[in-house]
Design a protein around this ligand. Sequence first.
Ligand SMILES: C[S@@+](CC[C@H](N)C(=O)[O-])C[C@H]1O[C@@H](n2cnc3c(N)ncnc32)[C@H](O)[C@@H]1O
Length: 194
Amino acid sequence: MDDAPSTFPAALPALRTAAREAGFTMSCEERTGSLLAALAAARPGGRVLELGTGVGEGTAWLLSGMDGAARLVTVELDAAVQEVARERLGSDPRVTFVTEDGGRWLEDYAGEPFDLVFADTWPGKFTHLDRALELVAPGGTYLVDDLAPQPGWPEDHAASVERLLAELTARRDFRSVRLAWASGLLMAVRSARP
Ligand SMILES: C[S@@+](CC[C@H](N)C(=O)[O-])C[C@H]1O[C@@H](n2cnc3c(N)ncnc32)[C@H](O)[C@@H]1O
């Protein structure tokens, strides 16, 4: 079976060109993007959070799956990197771009929980994990990628990933599934049971 996606967000080619020009190499891979779009499509009128916008490739995938009533908040520390996404996706009224440290944003956020959280940076994944999980609504999904070992990882990163996997798997209030696919994913769904 060929698992390459067959449908792509319209903005993706321009975002990829901009990423290449900016030397940005951290965008999600296209299989992960296609999963993001499918998970977003499963939430009509849903509330979606992305931690780590990058140049907006994940954002574009999420928006491509969301319906007209769904809303996305995407948080990024690096204004210059996020500007690439703002330029190409900012006219979409469903997305709100926040330029701020993700950890601070998580600490300060006082709004409603989210139906889908793509935690794609340090805060919400390697720090502030409990807070990010707290913001997942019952039945909502938390997704992380880049869990499969890579040659360029810093020395202590594998241990951090192991800790993250263990913490997520141990949570009694989430059902987790590990996907040894794409860059290595874990999807955790908050149990709707009290
Ligand atoms: C893996 S990339 C995001 C890729 C994007 N989600 C996608 O799917 O294409 C991680 C991003 O997190 C940003 N970042 C790093 N530290 C951060 C922090 N403390 N708060 C928010 N964003 C941060 C980086 O600048 C980088 O753009």
